[in-house]
Design a protein around this ligand. Structure first.
Ligand code: CA
Length: 487
C-alpha cells in the first residue's frame, strides 16, 4: 500500500514536471522600437520578430528599468530596481555587490529546479560578470563571440574615437558575424537539450549595439536614396532642463551635430536598420530550430531588449536618457497559455519578466521581487494594470511612463512632462503648465521611495549630485553650472 502511494506520488510529480513549459529567453542589445510590429521606423524589416509577435503577445509600451546595459540587465535578472540596489554604472556586477551577491537570479531559479540551462552571447553584462561566478547561473555557458573588426573603420568620426563607434558592411559572410555564431550555438543547444527534462535556453544577441556591422546584403535592404530619417526638431533641447544633459554629459557616442557635419547621420541610421534586420534573421534561425525540435508547443519564448537607442533624436546618439527613445523596448511573450496576435498597451517593465516566467512555469511567487507578473495581460491584453513603468538613471533621476504620460524628475528637482498621445516624440515639455499640476503630482507618487546611492566601486557613466551644494560630478570630474555642454 505504502509502495503504491509512493509510486502514485512519483507519477503525479512527474506529470507535474512534464506540465512545466521550457523557456527560450532571447535578449537583444540596444534595440529601440525600430521593429516592424512596434512601428518605430516605417521601413524597418523584422519579419521574424514580427512573426513571433503574431503568435504571442506584444507589449507596445514596455520600458527598461535603466537605459544602460549593466544596470538594466542586473535589474531584470535579479528582479530588483536599480534604485533598490544602487547598481547604476557599467560596474560593479551583481556578484560584487553585498546586497545582491547571494541573490537567486532568474536563470539560477531554473538551474536550481533541475532544468537543463544554457546561455550564450550576452545575457549578463559581459564586462561585469566574472567567470568565477558563472557556475550557479547556468549548467552550460556557450560561446560569447565579439563583433570583430574591419581593417580600418568605416565611419568618418573625430579621432581618437571609442573602438565601438563605427558602422558599415562587415564581415563579408553572415557566418562570420557574432550574432550568427550566437544563433548557431543556441540552435545546437535546442537540438541537444535532453528530452526527459525541461530546458531554459538563453541567447543574447549583440546587434544593433555599436559597432553596427552587418554583411552588405543587409544594407541593401535599405537603399540610401530612399532612406527615411527619424523625425528630429531643431531646438528640441531648449525646453529640457540642463540636468537632462548631465545624464549623458560626456559619452563615446557622437552628438547629432557631429554626425551631420561629417555626413554620418544617414549612414548610421542605415547601419542601425541593417544590424537590426541581420539580428532579426538570427532570431528567425533560432525560432525555426525550436519549431523543428517539436518542442515549441511546450516552450515559452520571451524576447526583450535591455534598453533603446537614440539615432539623432534629442540631439544625441546612444542611451543614458529617460525619454522613450532610450527606455521603450520590444517585449514579446509567446507559447502555451499566451494569447496569440495580441497587443498590450499597458505599461510593462523588464522587471516584470522574472515574476511572469515564475508564474508561467508554475514556480512559487517570490515576495522579494519588485516586478509584477504580466500573466493577466498575457491571457487578455486589455486586462487592467495599476502600475506605470519606471526607469531610473543614476541616483534619484526617474522617469514615470503611463499610457498617456511621461513624467521625469531629476535629482536637482527639475522636471519634464509629455503627453505621449498628443506628442509621441516628446517635443513639448509641459512640466511648467499650471493646468497639469495635478497630473504631475499624481505621477510623482510613483517615484521610488527607496533611492540607494551608487554602490561602492560604481564606475562608468556614474553621475553624482550634491543636493546641499548643487555640485555635479560626471565620471569623477566636476561639471560646473556654466560649463558648456560637451561635444
Ligand atoms: Ca545595451
Amino acid at each position: 500500500m505504502k509502495l503504491t502511494l509512493l509510486i502514485l506520488l512519483a507519477v503525479i510529480a512527474t506529470l507535474g514536471a512534464a506540465d512545466k513549459p521550457n523557456v527560450l529567453f532571447i535578449a537583444i542589445d540596444d534595440q529601440n522600437d525600430w521593429i516592424g510590429c512596434l512601428g518605430g521606423h516605417p521601413q524597418v524589416k523584422t519579419p521574424h520578430i514580427d512573426g513571433l509577435a503574431a503568435r504571442g503577445t506584444l507589449f507596445t509600451n514596455a520600458h527598461c528599468q535603466s537605459p544602460l546595459c549593466n544596470p538594466s540587465r542586473s535589474s531584470l535578472l535579479t528582479g530588483l530596481r536599480p534604485s533598490s540596489t544602487g547598481i547604476y554604472g557599467l560596474s560593479p556586477g551583481i556578484r560584487d555587490v553585498e546586497q545582491t551577491k547571494a541573490h537567486v537570479t532568474l536563470p539560477q531559479t531554473f538551474t536550481q529546479a533541475g532544468y537543463h540551462t544554457f546561455t550564450c552571447g550576452k545575457i549578463y553584462h559581459d564586462g561585469s560578470f566574472k567567470p568565477k561566478d558563472r557556475g550557479p547561473e547556468f549548467n552550460t555557458w556557450g560561446p560569447a563571440p565579439g563583433t570583430g573588426k574591419p581593417k580600418k573603420p568605416f565611419a568618418n568620426l573625430p579621432e581618437p574615437r571609442h573602438p565601438a563607434m563605427d558602422w558599415g558592411p562587415f564581415p563579408e559572410r553572415d557566418e562570420d558575424a557574432a550574432d550568427y555564431k550566437i544563433a548557431s550555438a543556441t540552435i545546437e543547444a535546442l537540438q541537444g537539450a535532453p528530452k526527459d527534462k525541461q530546458f531554459f535556453v538563453a541567447a543574447g544577441f549583440r546587434l544593433p549595439h555599436v559597432p553596427c556591422y552587418a554583411p552588405q546584403k543587409w544594407f541593401d535592404l535599405y537603399p540610401a536614396a530612399t532612406l527615411q530619417m527619424p523625425p528630429v526638431l531643431d531646438g528640441d533641447r531648449d525646453d529640457t532642463p540642463r540636468f537632462s544633459w548631465y545624464l549623458h554629459w560626456k559619452l563615446p557616442e557622437p552628438r547629432l551635430h557631429t554626425l551631420k557635419e561629417r555626413n554620418e547621420w544617414r549612414p548610421l541610421v542605415r547601419a542601425y536598420l541593417a544590424s537590426t534586420s541581420f539580428m532579426d534573421a538570427q532570431v528567425g534561425r533560432v525560432l525555426a530550430a525550436l519549431e523543428a525540435s517539436g518542442r515549441a508547443k511546450d516552450t515559452i519564448v520571451v524576447l526583450w531588449s535591455d534598453h533603446g537607442w537614440h539615432v539623432g533624436e534629442k540631439a544625441i546618439t546612444g542611451k543614458n536618457t529617460l525619454w522613450d527613445r532610450s527606455t521603450r523596448v520590444p517585449l514579446i511573450f509567446a507559447g502555451p497559455g499566451i494569447a496569440a496576435g495580441a497587443k498590450c498597451a499597458r505599461p510593462a517593465e523588464l522587471l516584470d519578466i522574472f515574476p511572469t516566467l515564475l508564474e508561467l512555469t508554475q514556480f512559487p511567487a517570490r515576495s522579494d521581487l519588485e516586478g509584477h507578473s504580466l500573466v493577466p495581460q498575457l491571457r487578455d491584453a486589455n486586462a487592467p494594470r495599476e502600475w506605470p513603468a519606471i526607469t531610473t538613471h543614476n541616483h534619484d533621476n526617474h522617469g514615470i511612463r503611463t499610457e498617456r504620460w511621461r513624467y521625469i524628475h531629476y535629482a536637482d528637482g527639475s522636471e519634464e512632462l509629455y503627453d505621449m498621445q498628443a506628442d509621441p516624440n516628446e517635443w513639448k515639455n509641459l512640466a511648467a503648465d499650471a493646468k497639469l499640476a495635478d497630473v504631475k503630482r499624481d505621477l510623482a507618487k510613483w517615484l521610488p521611495k527607496v533611492n540607494k546611492k551608487p554602490v561602492p566601486g560604481s564606475k562608468s557613466r556614474i553621475l553624482l549630485y550634491d543636493a546641499a551644494t548643487g555640485a555635479v560630478n560626471w565620471e569623477g570630474k566636476d561639471a560646473g553650472a556654466s560649463d558648456p555642454i560637451p561635444d
